[in-house]
Design a protein around this ligand. Structure first.
Ligand code: GLA
Length: 720
């Protein structure tokens, strides 16, 4: 009783204390962006401003009152709330008042964490808002913690990671939508009064149709080098929702978080519900700057082994499919060495005995090598790789199960499905119930066993080909609405255990191509597979889309036999991401092997530029005729320019000099075409070998484009 009394006294005092300190404003931001919160006379915390940093401290007090930072259902508000609960006694409403805020010291001076506490006046429900800023990278990360002290569980219907308010004349939203083979297609639309939602309900392989990414042009359509733009993403490998609600006065409310669809959460007293992090950056110099900031942030703080090397590789999926044996693979291993790549990656089809994995209809779940194909197991292949001087990596899809598998026969209760209906399938498989700790142990065990049996196994490609189908968890019993959330939490438990025990093993995130592409997963993965579509022209678009958010070193890009374009064109496209090959090496001529080997050498030599440097997108493929992009190293001494002539129309008006970017105007640079195929006719380029000032290159540009369809160039640019 005494504690309750104190609680209420504190509650009444806190808003007053904030004002008494002359501190009714909370300034959260970076040297380039301001998010200003302000306490209203009624004790509500409101967002007074979000935008480019305000130059004069004195101006802050002139800011309008703003709107509540985290509207609860039941407050005086007529739009979508950030949080909605039903209290233990059935009461549906909540009103959140400001209680306190603190700036928590961090060991890294670049990072500031501000924590704001809000509380309901009547019920003991508390919401903490976390704002973490990364000063150098101009990135803001937001999440919330929701908890309560009611006698029984409350139902959390929705609890956003963040709510932001924007006020401008117009907004232009770019989504990254697609499907298998056509991921991250960028499409922009002007927002109109009403709601626009980007979301997914697929559970696993969550981003198959819509990636958890958006760009919002504020005031004008987002453009590469000018204008205000907000880039946002959610660190969550499951159902997400970005909701944009514009009122008739053109004020915009942006709510980001877990998709509340079919996901009411029963939250026991004392348990903290932590939402995933919403990550955003705001640029007033277009999307190019925003992407570079996100890339830096990812390498510095989020991506697994963000500054580490990446392994170039040869994969066998595209050329062998399921049809291989130990001898086939040994040839591939030796050819990996000929290509000069670091590793051979064995794909699907190596496992299961009762129901051998000879096609995609069976075997998932039984992770022992198929005796008939690999009589001496994986060990023999790892040893062969050792002899050839390359590393060995392996494909797994440990979250999934085939009905024709020993795992399914032994543990039908480990599988997400309705007990009373015929299951429906995606790629003939079902999803394991990762809500169940026993299943988590099993999935961890797949990796753990492979690594204990083969300690020099160097890499995993972790696939996830099915969304959650037949959505019912045998483990969750009467808490089925926890499925989509607990699945992802279960997945993270497993990935965290792997990271703890094997911190240095690189892993590729794959999901039937790019069906998972989020920074939540990427804290456990060194890269993700952008798409099974490796046709180089489509790939230019797919990689262009992902480049808005992800640095090159995190985007897996392989040279394959998709498309009829030259080997050079395919290689020049793959070299703008993390280079690999997935090609029938037995069909390559000696000259082609020599070309690939040279390209791998160039890629490795230039890795400090492409993988660690700054990306400048110069000519968008969406313009239709050409594409061009370049990377510049942090010292601005070295750059690499990639240009692609897609389907240029005839006539000089379609050819223009490509102006470079990001160089030092005062430095002199030598430009030189590399990655040439010996003996192959190329369009002559007169400027090759010339020395130009950075100023010239950025104002006049290089005449590198051609009228030839599907032609490409790689230009190395070196300060003299
Ligand atoms: C998915 C992946 C492919 C390949 C196959 C194997 O589709 O995206 O790269 O690994 O699975 O079945």
């Amino acid at each position: 009783m005494k504690r309750l009394f104190l609680f209420f006294i504190l509650l009444l005092l806190c808003p007053w204390m904030l004002r008494a300190q002359g501190d009714s404003l909370i300034r959260i931001g970076t040297p380039r962006t301001d998010l200003i919160l302000r306490l209203s006379p009624e004790g509500k915390l409101c967002q007074a401003y979000l935008g480019p940093r305000l130059a004069n401290e004195a101006d802050l007090k002139q800011l309008p009152a703003g709107k509540e930072v985290y509207y609860a259902y039941g407050s005086k508000d007529y739009f979508e709330p950030a949080v909605r609960v039903t209290h233990a006694d059935g009461h549906p409403g909540m009103q959140l008042d400001y209680v306190s805020h603190e700036v928590r010291p961090q060991s890294d001076p670049n990072v500031t964490l501000t924590v704001v506490t809000l509380r309901d006046k009547v019920y003991p429900v508390e919401v903490k808002l976390f704002y973490e800023t990364f000063a150098r990278e101009n990135v803001l990360k937001m999440w919330t913690e929701i908890s309560h002290r009611e006698k029984k569980p409350i139902v959390l219907h929705e609890g956003a990671s963040a709510l932001l308010h924007l006020s401008s004349r117009a907004y232009y939203l770019s989504a990254f939508t697609g499907q298998w083979g056509g991921e991250a297609m960028m499409n922009e639309q002007k927002l109109l009064p009403g709601k626009k939602v980007l979301d997914t309900r697929l559970g696993a392989r969550a981003a198959m149709y819509c990636s958890p990414l958006f760009m919002l042009g504020v005031g004008a359509p987002a453009s590469e080098n000018t204008g205000e733009v907000l880039l946002g993403t959610l660190n969550w490998t499951g159902n997400f929702r970005f909701l944009f609600e514009m009122d008739s006065r053109h004020d915009l409310r942006l709510i980001a978080g877990i998709n509340p669809y079919a996901s009411e959460y029963h939250l026991p007293s004392g348990e903290v519900f932590r939402t995933p992090e919403f990550v955003c950056t705001m640029s007033d110099r277009g999307t190019g700057q925003a992407s570079r900031d996100l890339h830096d942030w990812a390498r510095n703080y989020q991506l697994k082994d963000g500054h580490g090397d990446r392994l170039t590789l040869l994969n066998n999926w595209e050329s062998t499919g399921f049809d291989f044996n130990a001898d086939t693979l040994k040839t591939y291993i030796r050819k990996s060495a000929d290509l000069g790549v670091d590793m051979f990656l064995l794909d699907d089809g190596w496992f299961a005995n009762k129901y051998p994995r000879k096609n995609d209809k069976q075997g998932l779940g039984d992770w022992e090598p198929t005796h008939a194909k690999l009589p001496h197991g994986v060990q023999e292949l790892v040893a062969e790789a050792g002899r050839a001087g390359v590393k060995f990596g392996i494909w797994i899809e440990p979250e999934m199960v085939s009905m024709r598998s020993e795992l399914y026969e032994k543990h039908p209760d480990w599988v997400i499905r309705f007990p009373d209906r015929e299951p429906y399938f995606y790629r003939n498989q079902l999803v394991l119930d990762l809500c169940n700790p026993a299943v988590q142990d099993y999935v961890f065990g797949v990796v753990d066993r492979l690594l204990s049996e083969n300690p020099s196994l160097a890499y995993f490609k972790w696939d996830c080909n099915s969304p959650i189908t037949n959505p019912m968890s045998p483990y969750l019993k009467d808490k089925q609405s926890h499925l989509y959330i607990d699945y992802v939490r279960g997945l993270y438990n497993v990935l965290e255990r792997i990271k703890q025990k094997y911190p240095d093993v690189p892993m590729m995130l794959c999901s039937g191509g790019g069906g998972r592409c989020d920074y939540g997963a990427l804290q456990y993965f060194t890269e993700f597979w952008a798409s099974d579509n490796t046709g180089p022209v489509e790939r230019i678009f797919i990689q262009w889309g992902f480049s808005q958010f992800f640095p090159a070193k995190s985007v897996g890009a392989h040279v394959t036999s998709w498309g009829k374009q030259s080997l050079k064109f395919r290689t020049d496209v793959a070299m703008t991401g993390k280079l690999g090959f997935d090609i029938d090496v037995n069909k390559l001529t000696d000259a082609e092997i020599a070309f690939c080997r040279q390209a791998v050498g160039n890629f490795k030599r230039l890795a400090p530029v492409t993988l660690e440097g700054d990306l400048y997108r110069l000519v968008s493929p969406y313009e239709g005729q050409h594409a061009a992009l370049m990377y510049v190293d942090k010292a601005v001494d070295k750059a690499v320019l990639f240009t692609y002539d897609l389907y240029p129309r005839r006539g000089a008006e379609w050819i223009f000099p490509v102006r470079l970017a990001g160089l030092d105007p005062a430095k002199m640079y030598r430009v030189e075409e590399i990655n040439l195929e010996p003996g192959v006719d190329v369009v002559a380029w007169k400027e090759n070998g010339g020395v130009f000032s950075g100023d010239y290159l950025m104002k006049v540009g290089l005449n590198v484009l051609t009228e030839r369809c599907e032609n490409s160039r790689v230009i190395e640019i070196t300060a003299q």
